[in-house]
Design a protein around this ligand. Structure first.
Ligand code: 9MR
Length: 370
C-alpha cells in the first residue's frame, strides 16, 4: 500500500515538473525556435533584478537593445567603448544563451564623425568603406565565437522597396551592404549574418528585400537570415501579409527570425510610420488613453492578436529560427516614448510588475500541443 502511495506521489511530482518545464517560453518552444528578449542597460548591469530573473527563467536568447550600436561602441574615431557590450555578452555566456549582436551598420545611431572629415565635409567612398571595415572588424573580432549571429545591416530598404537614401548609400553606393557582410564574415566566419528591417509584411518592402538578398546571393555573399522586426500595432499588419513574407524570405534559402516583437495598444498619430525612430509627434492627452490602466476589453484584443501571431509562428517552425521580444516587461518598452514621448503603452507580454499577461498561458498551451 505504502509503495502504491509513493508511486502515485512520484507520478504526480513528475507531472508537475513536466508542467513547470513547459510553463516557460524557452521550454515550451524548445526544439521549435529560440525565444529571446532585448536587454537594456539596467538589465545588463543587474540593477533591474526582476527583469533579469524573468529573462533567465523565460528566454534562451538575448540581444542588446542599444549598447552595441556604433554610436555607443565607437563614439569617437578609434575610441571604442566596450564595457556595456562586454557585460551583455558575459551575461549571455554565463546563462548559456544564444547571443545576438545588434547592429553593425545602421544609418541611425551611427556617430556623426563616421561620415565627415575634419572640415565637416562628406568623406570619400574609400574612407567610409575603410571606417566601416575597421568598425565591423574590431567589433566582430572581439566577440568572435561568442555571438551566434549579427544584424549586419539594419533598415537599408525604404517603404517603396528602393534603397533608403542614407549616408552609407549616398557616399558608398548600393554595394555598402555587400561589403558590410563581407567584412563581418571575414572577422568571424562562423557567425550567422542577418539583414534586419521593419514593416517587412508590406509588399513593396518585401519585394525590395528579396531583390537585395538575391543580388547578394548571386554575388556569392553569405547571408544566413532575415530578421523581420515585429513592431506590431492593433490594426496591422495582417497575419496573411506577415505570413507571405515569412514564406517568401524562407524561399530564398535563409533562416527567418522574428525580431523586435511588440504590440502597441495605443493610437498612432500617422499611418505607415513603421518603426522609423526619427518619427516624433507632439504629446496630446487623447493620444495617451490608458495612462491609468488598460481596460480589459483592449487587453483581450491584444491577447488574441498575440495568440494569432504565435499560431502563425508555430505553423512555420521549419522556417523560423528565433522569436525575440523588444524588451522584457511593459515598462521597458520603447513604445512608451515612440512616436509620442511620455505615453503609457502595454506592448509586451509581461506587465509593469513583471507578471505574465493571460496571452502567455494561451501561447504556452498552444506550443505544447504542437
Ligand atoms: O528600442 C531602441 C530605443 O531605446 C532607442 O532609443 C532607439 C534608437 O537607438 O532604437 C530602438 O531600437 C530600434 C532598433 O535598434 C532597430 N529597429 C527599430 C527599434 C525601435 O526604434
Amino acid at each position: 500500500m505504502k509503495k502504491l502511495v509513493y508511486f502515485f506521489l512520484l507520478i504526480g511530482l513528475l507531472a508537475c515538473s513536466q508542467q513547470n518545464a513547459s510553463s516557460t517560453f524557452k521550454s515550451a518552444f524548445n526544439g521549435k525556435f529560440l525565444m529571446g528578449t532585448a536587454l537594456n542597460l539596467d538589465q545588463i548591469w543587474g540593477r533591474d533584478t526582476l527583469g533579469i530573473q524573468l529573462t533567465k527563467k523565460q528566454f534562451n536568447s538575448i540581444v542588446a537593445e542599444n549598447c552595441m550600436k556604433s554610436m555607443y561602441l565607437q563614439p569617437e574615431e578609434g575610441q571604442f567603448f566596450f564595457d556595456d557590450a562586454d557585460r551583455f555578452v558575459k551575461f549571455g555566456e554565463e546563462n548559456g544563451m544564444a547571443i545576438i549582436g545588434h547592429t553593425l551598420v545602421w544609418h541611425n545611431q551611427a556617430p556623426a564623425w563616421f561620415f565627415i572629415d575634419e572640415k565637416g565635409q562628406d568623406v570619400s567612398r574609400e574612407v567610409l568603406l575603410e571606417r566601416m571595415k575597421n568598425h565591423i572588424t574590431t567589433v566582430v573580432s572581439r566577440y568572435k565565437g561568442k555571438i551566434k549571429g549579427w544584424d549586419v545591416v539594419n533598415e537599408a530598404i525604404d517603404g517603396d522597396g528602393n534603397f533608403r537614401p542614407t549616408k552609407f548609400h549616398q557616399i558608398i553606393g548600393e554595394d555598402y551592404i555587400k561589403y558590410a557582410f563581407l567584412f563581418a564574415q571575414e572577422a568571424d566566419p562562423e557567425a550567422e549574418l542577418y539583414y534586419n528591417d521593419f514593416s517587412m509584411a508590406d509588399e513593396d518592402k518585401r519585394n525590395g528585400v528579396i531583390a537585395m538578398v538575391k543580388t547578394l546571393q548571386w554575388q556569392g555573399v553569405k547571408v544566413d537570415g532575415i530578421g523581420m522586426q515585429g513592431h506590431l500595432i492593433m490594426s496591422g499588419p495582417s497575419i496573411d501579409e506577415f505570413e507571405k513574407s515569412i514564406v517568401a524570405f524562407s524561399e530564398l534559402g535563409v533562416k527567418v527570425m522574428i525580431t523586435e516583437l511588440d504590440l502597441s495598444v495605443l493610437p498612432i498619430p500617422k499611418p505607415n510610420i513603421g518603426a522609423d525612430v526619427t518619427a516624433n509627434f507632439e504629446y496630446m492627452q487623447e493620444m495617451n488613453p490608458y495612462a491609468e490602466g488598460l481596460p480589459d476589453s483592449v487587453l483581450q484584443v491584444q491577447q488574441q492578436r498575440y495568440v494569432d501571431f504565435f499560431r502563425l509562428f508555430l505553423k512555420h517552425t521549419d522556417k523560423i529560427d528565433r522569436v525575440t521580444f523588444w524588451g522584457v516587461a511593459d515598462g521597458d518598452s520603447w513604445k512608451n516614448d515612440w512616436p509620442v514621448h511620455g505615453r503609457t503603452d502595454y506592448a509586451l507580454l509581461f506587465d509593469r510588475s513583471h507578471q505574465a499577461k493571460s496571452a502567455v498561458a494561451d501561447i504556452l498551451k498552444m506550443a505544447k500541443k504542437r
